[in-house]
Design a protein around this ligand. Structure first.
Ligand code: NAD
Length: 368
């Protein structure tokens, strides 16, 4: 297959971990006989320095023409005192909006070698493997009016959704459940909010189109509790913007390290932007010690969701898992009797596992 991928390294460790993603893509190209046409573009502080804006038109145009987009991270103290329009984060919001990415997908999976690093007891967190599907462009964060009134004595925010916006994210939730373990938890606050009652009606209507998926409704407060008492009880969670923002951050700490988590923002035609959930980590940027696993798993997610390469994605995930089982880790992780590695070294160790697995399983031979 031939696919066009835009790379947006961004700032801080974004540049370093993007190099890891490029090496993994090169390994997949040669093992599976694909061709990836890579185009590197500027975003965030890097774009501000080079072009005076956080999201150049050329970057947005290139992303719109691509099959998928990989992003490192943006931001850093250098640009912290810029006016809001000239902050690196503006580039991030701009590209999500400019590409019409309405669904955020966040897989959260625990790694056996890292169970000890979770803030939860090992027996509670083990076997957790969920996907949170969050609506990204509507709800309380975008509703109008959102303003102070009466000289600041009163304030209003608006939670607004159209039926179309709810339908398309609910469909994304069902589709995700279909390719996973066919269990969808819809999270709302239907005992209080009218928007949640409409949300629940739409989930029930859509359920008839996906008879193979078991649907469960959970109030957001109960969902927050279940995340820390029985996280392995979730498969796919679908929810609106605000609830998803909070629950996905709560879920992200279960694995014990920010550096391990991938994410995706997608639209209906399959185009998606894939990025680790962490930021540009200015405190460790340039030291060569950043954990590239969140970026490498984002690359796997991109292959699976936007490029139709499920086998290749699985091979990357299992190479990461093997590497951790072998005791290899970066400075942000601790594995008992393990070996601490630099960003480059752990990337090479993952690629070594990937290529060895390919040869021993012969999973790639059918692609020759
Ligand atoms: P951060 O995620 O960059 O860092 C938080 C802590 O986690 C730091 O101690 C950092 O060293 C560590 N860390 C993060 N990723 C790591 C990795 N891959 N390997 C090892 N350690 C890692 O969050 P922050 O410090 O609050 O923000 C720094 C900058 O990043 C800010 O400018 C912020 O706006 C930006 N940011 C960008 C994004 C994004 O690009 N999507 C997301 C969050 C924050």
């Amino acid at each position: 297959m031939e696919k066009k991928i835009v790379l947006l390294p961004g700032d801080g460790i974004g540049k370093e971990i993007m190099e890891s993603a490029k090496k993994v893509l090169a390994a997949i190209e040669s093992e599976y006989h694909h061709r990836f046409i890579l185009q590197e573009c500027a975003i965030g502080g890097d774009a501000l320095d080079r072009y005076g804006v956080p999201l150049p038109d050329d970057t947005l145009h290139a992303c719109n023409e691509a099959d998928a987009v990989l992003l490192g991270s943006v931001g850093g103290p250098k640009w912290d005192n810029q006016p809001p329009e000239f902050r690196p984060e503006k580039g991030l919001l701009g590209i999500r909006k400019g590409l019409g990415l309405f669904a955020n997908l966040r897989p959260v999976k625990t790694f056996p070698a890292l169970l000890h690093a979770s803030p939860l007891k090992e027996e509670i967190v083990k076997d957790s493997d969920m996907m949170i599907v969050r609506e990204l462009t509507g709800g309380l964060y975008f509703g109008e009016p959102s303003e102070r009134r009466n000289n600041g004595e009163d304030v209003v925010d608006t939670l607004a959704y159209s039926r179309h916006e709810i339908e398309r994210i609910v469909e994304k939730g069902f589709e995700s459940a279909q390719i996973r373990n066919k269990h969808l938890t819809s999270v709302d606050k239907a005992n209080v909010l009218e928007s949640s009652r409409v949300w629940r009606e739409i989930v029930n209507e859509k359920a008839t189109d996906y008879p193979d998926v078991k649907v469960e409704h959970l109030l957001v407060d109960a969902a927050a509790m279940k995340l820390i008492t029985n996280p392995s009880g979730f498969d796919v969670v679908v929810t609106e913007n605000l609830f998803g923002d909070i629950l996905s951050d709560e879920a992200s700490v279960l694995t014990g390290s920010l550096g391990m988590l991938p994410s995706a923002s997608v639209r209906t035609d399959g185009l998606g932007m894939y990025e680790p959930v962490h930021g540009s980590a200015p405190d460790i940027a340039g030291k060569g010690i950043a954990n590239p696993i969140g970026m490498i798993l984002s690359t796997a997610l991109m292959l699976e969701y936007s490029l139709g390469m499920q086998e290749e994605a699985k091979a990357i995930e299992s190479a990461v898992m093997d590497c951790l089982e072998q005791g290899y880790h970066t400075a942000d992780l601790k594995i008992k009797d393990g070996k601490q590695m630099s960003t480059d070294e752990i990337t090479e160790a993952i690629i070594e596992n990937l290529t060895t697995k390919c040869i021993s399983d012969s999973i790639c031979s059918s692609y020759v």
